[in-house]
Design a protein around this ligand. Structure first.
Ligand SMILES: C[S@@+](CC[C@H](N)C(=O)[O-])C[C@H]1O[C@@H](n2cnc3c(N)ncnc32)[C@H](O)[C@@H]1O
Length: 193
């Protein structure tokens, strides 16, 4: 991922529905390597997912493993909290980047998912409701109060989520594809900032 939208030497970000912490921890490591200070939050409503995220962050952000940024890590913080979307976040906290890979599979596709997916994830991590956008829609409502000026929301979405019109009244949305040319990501900025 390019960091072209990062203009300051300090950044706030969160990873909502962090699971094992893959997105937030990788991003933190990238920021440390670029000497960009950060305040990051990883959150999920699954306590067992948060335990894994905590272990991963202890290992991967441990200065012994990341000896190149021993000093830098002291100026940065990664907080891991249990929260349904932004419910337990500090009430006035805002972010430059909100990452989320929340459940987005349309409900009728969940039973026919490949075993390599459904045997390794609880249904609560996959089922995004009728159109797959139930939790994402709630997140976007809450995100309006949580973005810093020029902030972005970066979402992983289902490959069926090619139509963004439902959200275009309030958001400017760039749709990105993966290496197989399937729609996989939305990058959103608030209109009228
Ligand atoms: C598909 S998994 C993705 C995990 C991780 N973000 C990743 O990319 O590997 C979705 C995660 O969202 C969490 N989740 C579901 N609903 C949530 C909600 N309302 N608030 C916070 N987390 C939620 C699930 O517990 C699960 O860990």
């Amino acid at each position: 991922m390019g960091l072209d939208f990062v203009t300051s030497d300090s950044i706030t970000f969160c990873d909502i529905g962090c699971g094992s912490g893959a997105i937030g921890i990788s991003f933190a490591i990238e920021l440390l390597a670029k000497s960009i200070n950060f305040e990051g939050y990883l959150s999920d409503l699954s306590e067992s997912a948060l335990e894994v995220a905590k272990k991963n962050s202890d290992i991967l952000l441990n200065p012994i493993h990341q000896n190149c940024f021993t000093n830098k890590i002291q100026n940065s913080q990664l907080k891991i909290i249990n929260s349904d979307l932004f419910k337990n976040y500090p009430s006035k906290k805002k972010f430059n980047i909100i990452f989320a890979n929340l459940p987005y599979i349309p409900s009728d596709r969940v039973p026919v998912l490949a075993n390599s997916v459904k045997n390794y994830e609880p249904i609560s991590a996959l089922d995004g409701g009728k159109d797959g956008l139930r939790i994402i829609s709630k997140l976007l409502v809450e995100s309006k109060q949580r973005l810093e000026l020029n902030g972005v929301v970066i979402l992983e979405v289902d490959d069926s989520h090619t139509d963004t019109s439902k959200f275009e009244n309030e958001w400017i949305i760039e749709v990105r594809k993966d290496q197989n040319q399937n729609t996989r990501f939305w990058i959103l900025k608030l209109k009228n900032e």
